[in-house]
Design a protein around this ligand. Structure first.
Ligand SMILES: NC(=O)c1ccc[n+]([C@@H]2O[C@H](COP(=O)([O-])OP(=O)(O)OC[C@H]3O[C@@H](n4cnc5c(N)ncnc54)[C@H](O)[C@@H]3O)[C@@H](O)[C@H]2O)c1
Length: 375
């Protein structure tokens, strides 16, 4: 008999995009949803045919029929909600970042070790088609030896509500850090970060964070590699871009400068004008169960197949959403750690937290805690 795990999604903005994916995954039962606004909760519950609905997270955690929670609430809530779920005996999938303090990351790692429950940070970039493409090139040996990696995430967050105005750029750095550490499968050992420029006066005081741009260098542990990451959120002119560049001895992969253009592969030892060539990055839907393959490409569909245009990010994030769901459920079914697991998620998240600390201290080196090392 196919083993099924009962999913509860908490937070139904971005979170709602995962409902139809769980509904079509062979190892999931899309069981419960939770958000504070009852009217919107009922609207989504009716559209997707989900009966079990909660406006209070604490009530959801008391439900013995829920096997795991997938948390998609605002950033400041991620850690407390993950900790509460683990204490209530539920596995946890949580959107990025894991937490906003090193201490909270450790609490989650410790709870997983104590309970044997699984935690996965649902980092989209490491399941994007671009990352899967580079990973394939790397694993086949086509890149040669890795020499350097860099990633950027630049986005103008003006007008975004709540916790966003003034957020230190490196507090939301996992889209950059994840692929840098995830490709060679290394831990970060230490980080140094510079702040640059200044955001508007009225935003600085919110987090006591003045910088428009933060750039960090990460030293990878047990490796000769380092990586550079660039982040900006406010007052910097740049089209939205989450990029990864990977340089090997034989080939390098570079993200396009403008959204919609093709990526570039550079091949060493060719005549100069042949070194750079545009490349069509393939889709990796074939790695998924048939029922959820369309979600690498398309929008969000209800049970009748009607597209819900109000949730528009479905095919976004490099087609990563169904891959994330599949990795987490596969880990539960196989009784193994998901990737990234609690320790890896903590290492990735702490790079950003400590990078901001470093920037505030003029670029001082910050060491990652040894409990976040996997090897
Ligand atoms: N690429 C990515 O990985 C990616 C993309 C988009 C959003 N996100 C993350 O997803 C999270 C949510 O983003 P969003 O844009 O949907 O935010 P949002 O503010 O639109 O939605 C938050 C949701 O959480 C619910 N919520 C808030 N507090 C709650 C509580 N105490 N109990 C139950 N429900 C509660 C709200 O009702 C709402 O449904 C953020 O942390 C964001 O960083 C990640």
């Amino acid at each position: 008999m196919t083993k099924k795990f009962r999913a509860a999604i908490v937070g139904l903005g971005f979170g709602a995009e995962f409902i139809p994916i769980y509904q079509r995954h062979p190892n999931a039962e899309m069981f419960a949803i939770c958000q504070r606004n009852k009217e919107s909760l009922d609207k989504i519950g009716s559209a997707f045919g989900i009966e079990r609905r909660y406006t209070e997270y604490a009530d959801l955690l008391k439900d013995p029929d829920v096997d795991f929670v997938h948390i998609n609430t605002p950033i400041p809530d991620h850690a407390a909600m993950s900790i509460a779920a683990l204490e209530a005996g539920k596995h946890v999938a949580c959107t990025v970042p894991m937490a906003t303090s090193v201490e909270d990351c450790k609490r989650i790692v410790d709870l997983c070790a104590k309970t044997g429950l699984r935690y996965m940070m649902m980092e989209t970039v490491v399941f994007s088609r671009e990352f899967l493409f580079v990973k394939e090139l790397y694993q086949k040996g086509e890149l040669g030896k890795l020499q350097f990696l860099q990633a950027s995430h630049q986005q103008d967050m003006d007008g975004w509500p709540g916790y966003w105005p003034g957020l230190p750029p490196m507090y939301y750095a996992t889209h950059c850090v994840g692929p840098m550490l995830g490709l060679p499968r290394k831990d970060a050992e230490y980080v140094s970060c510079f702040g640059s420029g200044t955001i508007r006066e009225e935003m600085i005081g919110i987090y006591n964070s003045p910088f428009a741009v933060e750039t960090a260098h990460i030293k990878l542990r047990n490796s000769d590699l380092s990586a550079r990451i660039i982040r900006s959120l406010f007052d910097t002119a740049r089209q939205y871009r989450e990029s990864i560049d990977v340089y090997g001895t034989k080939k390098a992969f570079e993200w396009p400068l403008i959204e919609g253009e093709q990526a570039v592969i550079h091949t060493a030892k060719k005549p100069e004008h042949e070194i750079a060539a545009r490349v069509e990055v393939p889709d990796y839907a074939h790695l998924l169960p048939a029922g959820i393959r369309p979600f690498t490409q398309k929008g969000v569909y209800d049970l009748e197949g009607n597209e819900h245009l109000s949730f528009t990010q479905g095919g976004g994030h490099g087609g990563s959403h169904p891959h994330l769901v599949h990795e987490f459920l596969s880990a539960l079914v196989e009784g193994r750690e998901p990737w990234p697991n609690a320790k890896q998620s903590a290492n990735w998240t702490c790079v950003g937290i400590l990078a901001h600390e470093s920037a505030m201290a003029g670029g001082e080196r910050r060491d990652l805690p040894s409990w976040s090392f996997s090897e």
